[in-house]
Write a protein that binds this ligand. Sequence first.
Ligand code: PXP
Length: 251
Amino acid sequence: MHRPRLGVNIDHIATLRQARGTLYPEPLLGAQLAQLGGADQITVHLREDRRHIQDRDVRLLREVVTCPLNLEMGLTEEMIAIALEVRPDTVTLVPERREERTTEGGLDLQPRADVIADFAAACAGRGIELSLFIEASEEQIRLSKQVGASIVELHTGEFAEAKSGHQAAEVARLRSGAQLAKSLGLTVAAGHGLHYENIFPLLEVVEIEEYNIGHAIVARALFVGFQAAVAEMVALLGDRRPPHPWRPSTR
Ligand code: PXP
């Protein structure tokens, strides 16, 4: 068995900075420490309201980060233009509502399938992989393939919030989604609400090749340091490398 990749979401370093409008803490430093801790990918979400990550963060990360950079964003004209210009290694489309505390629920692909397909083609033309953050439902997974995504990130929020009695059912739902996605040739990622304890049952879903984790790592970093917090999560994911070669940055 090889270990799945870890994408470290550094948004909440920027949340702390924006809370006071200071120059610190610097997300770039977090990204570099995450890499030293063994992160396979750096993930940031550029929200429409810029509540944490700022445009300059994305541009500077693009210059500095040497592992793949994953940009999460809503499907707006503004974000599309930024993504195509900055060229992260991966774009993950997420649903976004201003009033939400964090990303709640997966993307519903049906209403905007044509726009997403056009964006998928534009990404392919620029060497950007397209990932869609969706619920583990058959409809959304099949649509992801149809619109031309290469990765699906399965929303693990319901799993993370499930009481222990319901957790097994959530793992089973994520497993069957992951199996379907893999059988269609999609790379399977997972994320949202994962932490150092609830990750264990999900690790049994061997089709999941990548986890994107943010809040729990940034929170633990307050007490053990960022590099150590990342290294602890990497250790939980196992000590071997992923089944297919590490994706080098396109820059
Ligand atoms: N994956 C996606 C697509 C997300 O939107 C988020 C939250 O920004 C995460 C992963 C990370 O979630 P958490 O901060 O709960 O670990």
